[in-house]
Ligand binder design. Structure first.
Ligand code: ADP
Ligand code: MG
Length: 307
């Protein structure tokens, strides 16, 4: 197969590992900087150009699109889809997962466990909004945040109101969430590939930190998932329409709750914590899907929830 990897930097661990895994399995791989791709979107025979070259002959495309380039990145991925190239994760599913609110709404509709979450626009709703999520302590999140930046724990009602008002004053979109204290500053990253949890790790925030992000100094360890946690992770990925997803779960005293579903999960933390060849599993999944799509002749169709 000829596989394209959309990544801004071929030196990144995840990109390197995917290249290595694909080459080991006998495929031809090309890393393309998504921002360098350009295209005529109105042509009836869609093409993608790259540094004055017309790209063709690709069978599959692995999107590794960073949060800051979602808009352009998903447009390029869509163009690959128009050309009949099989995406590992579809553009619609990636766009869906990049919007925290939309994701939570879709998961809620299907009855997936979630932390009680509220959303508001006007500051005069703040007191009632806080009541809605069970009062302080509460977690306040910027909708566009990643890597733990823009996630604040407000310990008291007064602190929560000030933070919410400050963010609203800046016209930032925020959500307010029940604080899952019993998670103890840890969360579970479940890696789903092709409808199965293939690896999981527990991430623990450093001393005194409620955010478990590895970028914030958290550490990763092995963990055993309960059947309920496993089922929650696979359902979340399926609802989002993602073949490959990093589903983040908090262990709450009302069962596993999904915090977010990541469409370009990093491989470094999870491969080193579990010693598993996740990149290899991803390439194997592409091989299987290609074989199946050759027989059904439908490579791209929109999966997951409407909306
Ligand atoms: P980001 O997208 O920036 O990673 P998250 O929503 O994943 O934002 O939050 C970052 C971290 O903060 C999580 O990994 C988790 O450890 C902690 N956290 C987030 N929401 C809650 C919550 N409602 N209760 C307890 N801890 C939380
Ligand atoms: Mg996170």
């Amino acid at each position: 197969m000829k596989i394209a990897i959309l990544s801004r930097n071929e030196k990144l661990y995840s990109t390197r590992r995917l290249v290595e895994a694909a080459e080991n399995r006998g495929h031809e791989v090309r890393v393309l900087d998504v921002l360098r791709c350009y295209m005529n979107i109105t042509s009836r025979r869609p093409t993608i150009h790259y540094k004055a070259e017309v790209l063709n002959g690709f069978d599959a495309v692995i999107p590794r699109i960073g949060a800051s380039v979602t808009f352009y990145g998903t447009a390029v991925l869509r163009q690959f889809e128009m050309m009949g190239v099989m995406p590992l994760n579809e553009s619609v599913a990636i766009s869906r997962s990049r919007d925290k609110l939309r994701s939570l709404q879709l998961l809620a509709r299907e009855g997936v466990g979630l932390p009680v979450t509220g959303f508001a626009h006007k500051p005069d709703d703040v007191e009632d909004l806080m009541k809605m999520v069970g009062g302080a302590p509460a977690v306040i999140k910027l909708l566009e945040g990643t890597q733990g930046i823009g996630v604040v724990l407000a310990e008291t009602q007064k602190a929560a109101e000030s933070v919410i008002e400050a963010f609203m004053g800046l016209k930032a979109n925020i959500l307010v969430q029940e604080f899952i204290k019993e998670a103890g500053g840890a969360d579970i990253r479940c890696l789903v590939v092709g409808g199965k949890v293939v690896a999981a790790m527990k991430r623990q925030g450093k001393e005194g930190e409620f955010r478990s992000n590895l970028h914030r100094g958290g550490s990763a360890n092995l963990t055993r998932l309960t059947p309920e946690e496993r089922a929650t992770a696979t359902r979340a990925a399926k609802i989002m329409g993602l073949n490959v997803a990093g589903v983040d779960i908090l262990r709450s005293n009302h069962g596993p709750v999904v915090m977010e579903v990541n469409s370009s999960p990093g491989l470094e933390g999870i491969e080193s914590a579990t010693q598993k060849d996740i990149a290899g599993m991803i390439v194997e999944f592409i091989e299987k899907s290609m074989a199946a799509s050759h027989s059904s002749r439908s490579r791209t169709r929109t999966r997951g929830s409407k909306g």
